[in-house]
Design a protein around this ligand. Sequence first.
Ligand code: ADP
Ligand code: 5GP
Length: 207
Amino acid sequence: MKKKGILIVVSGFSGSGKGTIMKELLKKYDTQYALSISATTRQPRVGEVDGREYFFKTREQFEKMIADGELIEYAQYVENYYGTPKAYVEQMLEEGKDVILEIEIQGALKVKEKFPDTLLLFVSPPSVEILRKRLIGRGTEDEKTVEKRLARAVEESAGIENYDYLVINDKLDVCVEEVHSIIQNEKFRVSRNINFIQEIRKELKSF
Ligand code: ADP
Ligand code: 5GP
C-alpha cells in the first residue's frame, strides 16, 4: 500500500513570497508535491489563469460551494472569500503526494483543527521594509489595498506561535531548500510511522 502524503499549510504576510517559493518548489520537485488550487471571489491579477492560480468565482458560486460542503475551509481576507476545495486534496494525499495549502492564518487554524497532523509553516520576509518593497514592487494592488494587506499582516503576526516552523525568505533558492527539507524531515517523525512500527512489532513476535 502506498504511504499517504503529508498535509502542509504555508502561510505568511502578503508579499512575503509564499507564491514564489511554492512555484519554485513545485518546479524543482514536481513529482513529490501537489499544490492545492483555492477558490476565490477576488478578481484575477494580470497573468493569472482560471484553474491555475485560483478558481475564480462569483460570491453566489462561492456561497454555493460552502453550502454544498465542497470546501475543507474558507475565510474572508480583505473583502474577499478564499477557500480550499476538498476533493483534490483528498485525492492527492491518497496518491502519496505531499499536499501544500498556501492559505492565510484563519484557514490554517481550521485545517489544523480538522486534521491535527497537518504541518504548519510560516514564511516571513527578513524585515517589514523588505515586505513593503516586495508588496509594492509586485505592482498588483493599488495603494489602498497594499495598506489593507499590511494592516492584516499586523493581525497575522499575532498568530505565528500557532505554527510549527518559521522560514525567513531572504534568498529565494535557500528558502526553497529549507522548506523542502523541513517537509522531508517531518516524514521521520515517529507518530507518522505508526503502521511501520506495528508491522515490525508483529514480525518480531512471530519470529
Ligand atoms: P505572496 O505570495 O506571499 O503574497 P509573492 O510570491 O507574490 O508573495 O512575492 C511578492 C513579491 O516579492 C514578488 O514580486 C516576488 O517576485 C518577490 N519576491 C519573492 N521572494 C523574493 C526573494 N526571496 N527575494 C526578492 N524578491 C522576492
Ligand atoms: P492573494 O489575494 O494574495 O492571492 O491571497 C490573499 C491571502 O489569501 C493569502 O494570505 C493567501 O495565502 C490566502 N489564501 C489563498 N487561498 C486561500 C484559501 O483557500 N483559504 C484561505 N483561508 N486563505 C487562502
